[in-house]
Design a protein around this ligand. Structure first.
Ligand code: BTN
Length: 243
């Protein structure tokens, strides 16, 4: 898979810039937008994405004219999460996917994913896959108590461009394995943070102890409650409670 890389030292958000380029029909093929500093980096749930300028990776992979069925939307999430996991695995054994959009290492968040799709009929025409990875930050701000970086864990400095190219290469490799979907789904499940472990969760009825059992092809999370009843959750319907 080939990507033209468009780099700017500062942008409001690589996802926003990518959306503007798609609108202008600026490029016909797949491309990547990356920056050293985002002034309005966006996260899940309308949150801001904090990242120390110049130290970390903030980029968006843009897939154009993919004509992907909307029913398979969650596949994009699986492919992206696994690409990051495979690219970063040489650095830590304990790298996991926290459903639905986070990458965890040693129990803390080192990265996040924000996928924004353009839908036409029942197809995804274009997909903007925004990825933020904490790479060389030596200290995370206090308000991000549950976040860390590659550098903090490994006590070394990383070449940002090298990590970016490794993730892109990995993305191409995983994309090419899409025909063996079952293998990807199994790999995804094996890398889920807290799989088969008891943890505290919050849903609209309050806090409960649940055990993460599976993620379905449509992206729903399956938790077993204390009475081994299965509960199914879509994005935003449940939260992990940190101790
Ligand atoms: C999250 O964990 O809430 C998702 C974070 C996604 C952050 C990335 S950084 C590059 C891209 N541009 C953005 O504005 N957000 C994503």
């Amino acid at each position: 898979m080939h990507f033209t890389i468009i780099h700017h030292s500062e942008l409001d958000s690589t996802n926003n810039f990518a959306a503007a380029l798609i609108k202008q029909n600026a490029l016909i093929e797949n491309f990547v937008v990356s920056t050293e500093k985002q002034t309005n980096g966006r996260g899940q749930r309308e949150n801001l994405w904090w990242s120390e300028p110049g130290k970390n990776l903030s980029f968006s992979i843009v897939l154009q004219n993919i004509s992907f069925e909307t029913t398979r939307m969650f596949d994009l999430n699986i492919i992206t999460s696994l690409s990051i996991i495979y690219a970063l695995k040489p650095f830590f054994s304990e790298i996991k996917i926290k459903w639905p959009n986070d990458i965890f290492a040693n129990g803390k968040k080192i990265g996040g994913i924000l996928i924004e799709n353009t839908i036409q009929g029942n197809k995804i025409a274009n997909s903007i896959i925004g990825i933020g990875i904490n790479v060389n930050s030596e200290k995370m701000p206090e308000f991000l108590a549950n976040a860390t970086s590659l550098g903090i864990i490994c006590q070394q400095k990383f070449d940002l461009h090298l990590i970016l190219t490794q993730i892109l290469e990995s993305f191409g490799n995983v994309w090419n394995q899409m025909s063996i979907y079952n293998l990807l789904a199994t790999e995804y499940k094996q890398h889920l943070w807290l799989l088969d472990k008891k943890h505290r969760y919050l849903d609209k009825n309050g806090i409960f102890i649940g055990t993460l059992k599976d993620v379905l092809p449509d992206g729903k999370l399956v938790l077993a409650d204390e009475f081994t009843n299965l509960r199914y959750y879509h994005f935003k319907e449940v939260e992990f409670i940190y101790e």
